[in-house]
Design a protein around this ligand. Sequence first.
Ligand code: UDP
Length: 267
Amino acid sequence: MHVPGPLKYILHFASPASPIDYLKIPIQTLKVSSLGTHNLLGLAKAKGARILVASTSEVYGDPQVHPQTEDYWGHVNPIGPRGVYDEAKRFQEAITMAYHTYHGLETRIVRIFNTYGPRMRLNDGRVLPAFIGQALRGEDLTVFGDGRQTRSFCYVDDLVEGIYRLLLSDYAGPVNVGNPGEITIAQFAEEAIKLTGTKQKAICKPLPTDDPMQRQPDITLARKLLNWEPKVDRAEGLKITYDYFKGLTPEELNEKDHFSFEGYARK
Ligand code: UDP
């Protein structure tokens, strides 16, 4: 990969990150975090640039340690449907650390937990836009499984601040950035029903394969290293996000998919 001129920082965020997206383009998902990361590490080395790569709480898989600390190695099914994302991100971390130890490259690895905020794609499959979109269209809210699985949702501004601080820090290893406020998906559906005032109810749908049962970041390291913690609580963040979705036109609200994969046909 060739880019003219000097480069100080490279931030590698390229990858689908929603389960329904990486199920549609699994091979590209594997390639962008493996071959794509290799390309960017080469570029960083050539330019003497610092590189930050976006990793994920998915490196912990369906975790058996709770909350998840950075020193937990994870519990991932390599050949399950989520494996294309999880294993690509695990490889990304491995090759990034290898460039750090072998070539002395300045590397930063952020493990991003569930994040939400305005301008998410309404139909990207993730739970928050799914619930709000369903409420706004007058549909029931689809809770997968029995809804006892947990997630911890971080408002996007908090995430950006954490990533920025990590970029400017001098720590090369992986750092969790997320909001420890944990909630079951069934409770989350109730919060969405209250927030939107919908008359619809939560209904159960089958749980996707390998859907993690629990997820909560331990952010002790980020607190210490970056003097960072999330500032926006879920009630406030959800309100801002709902206000954004309320502003969509009826066409936007009913559009089936806001993102086309047509350009990705070649494997
Ligand atoms: N989920 C749900 N209904 C939906 C979409 C998702 O119950 O319409 C659940 C999903 O099974 C998972 C959680 O919500 O347990 C979070 O899913 P999401 O796709 O947002 O992110 P994940 O953390 O699984 O990558």
